[in-house]
Design a protein around this ligand. Structure first.
Ligand SMILES: NC(=O)c1ccc[n+]([C@@H]2O[C@H](COP(=O)([O-])OP(=O)(O)OC[C@H]3O[C@@H](n4cnc5c(N)ncnc54)[C@H](OP(=O)(O)O)[C@@H]3O)[C@@H](O)[C@H]2O)c1
Length: 313
């Protein structure tokens, strides 16, 4: 990518999209194209085609998607399946017709088998049953990952890049208690417990499951790195993680410290724990020369500080 390339960041108001815009601007990329959901509904094929025809983006980061927590995934599985597949399909087709040079698509670690060997290697995709609660979302993501590979094969290009990030967090995350991921939900719960002087918090499960978290700006860096190093990449998806996982207990302690919550933390072991470990093997992508830069402590500090600023404290 050149500094004056036309770069479309789809989903620029979201967690990853906003990180991409910040990173691209900081690196001096000048011609960023963005559209809000209201301005361009990516599930509307005609509008997407017209947009690509008129704007002629050279590079695309497809950070738009329907993303949510367990409850939302369980309640609206058809929406997760349809919306994500429609967006991907429309954007891939339009990008191909408009001769986009590179497009980065984001898959999800929940597309890997639920009982996978750890750490999870790229080749474990489609080797076993996936988690039931997010099956619809994960299936849409699998179709996007496969689409990248087969578009490249059929059209003899290396345009389409599929990255599978670990669980992301950072500025602009979703803090809705019904719809958020574990890390942002914990930030909100500990913050509210602190300001309301609640002496103890009870969290679900034993706290023993281990999870990997990556700062959104590290994924943005990885995405830009991928486009700029596409000639060294093979035609398959790549995991993007830190290689470090934390128990939920450890994560909760770190968040309590970041937020300044001094109360007690209890664990409701009557609630199920879910998968015991989810850790990506990101060595293939790291071997190309990319490394994450922000550790969990620093990322949590930044995330909490920006969330407070956004809420007006
Ligand atoms: N968050 C994670 O931990 C994680 C991990 C792995 C992969 N991913 C993938 O990374 C991508 C970005 O995730 P994220 O967490 O940044 O999501 P996010 O914060 O929910 O942002 C999604 C973005 O997509 C936009 N959008 C949704 N539906 C749209 C539509 N029909 N037309 C146009 N824009 C639409 C949203 O706009 P509105 O808000 O206005 O609807 C928002 O800007 C997704 O593909 C996700 O599956 C995320």
């Amino acid at each position: 990518m050149f500094k004056d390339s036309q770069i479309y960041v789809a989903g620029h108001t979201g967690l990853l999209g906003s990180a991409l815009v910040r990173k691209l601007k900081a690196k001096g990329y000048k011609n960023l194209i963005t559209r809000t959901h209201d301005q361009l509904d990516l599930t509307d094929r005609r509008s997407v085609e017209d947009f690509f025809c008129s704007q002629k983006p050279e590079y695309v980061f497809l950070a738009a998607g329907k993303v949510g927590g367990i409850l939302s995934n369980k309640t609206y599985p058809a929406d997760y399946l349809h919306t994500n597949i429609a967006m991907q399909d429309n954007v891939f087709q339009a990008a191909r017709k408009a001769q986009v040079k590179n497009l980065v698509f984001y898959g999800s670690s929940c597309s890997y088998p639920k009982e996978s060997l750890q750490p999870v290697k790229e080749e474990y995709l489609l080797t076993g049953p996936i988690e039931q609660t997010s099956q619809a979302y994960a299936t849409a993501k699998i179709s996007g990952i496969i689409a990248c590979r087969v578009y490249n094969e059929q059209y003899q290009t290396n345009c389409f890049i599929a990255l599978i990030p670990a669980s992301m967090y950072g500025p602009g995350d979703n803090y809705d208690l019904e719809n958020s991921h574990v890390l942002s939900a914990l930030i909100r719960r500990f913050h509210e417990a602190k300001v309301n002087n609640i002496p103890d918090i009870t969290l679900w499960g034993s706290g023993k499951p281990q999870r990997e978290f990556i700062f959104s700006e590290d994924v943005a860096e990885a995405s830009i790195f991928a486009i700029n190093n596409v000639d060294s990449m093979e035609n398959h998806h790549y995991n993007i993680g830190t290689g470090i996982d934390y128990t939920i207990k450890n994560l909760a302690r770190k968040i309590a410290d970041t937020v300044g919550y001094k109360g007690n933390i209890f664990w409701d072991t009557n609630k199920s724990d879910g998968t015991l470990q989810k850790l990506l093997d990101s060595s293939k992508f790291m071997s190309l020369g990319w490394m994450p830069k922000i550790d969990l402590d620093e990322g949590l500090q930044t995330t909490y500080q920006i969330w407070q600023e956004e809420r007006g404290k």
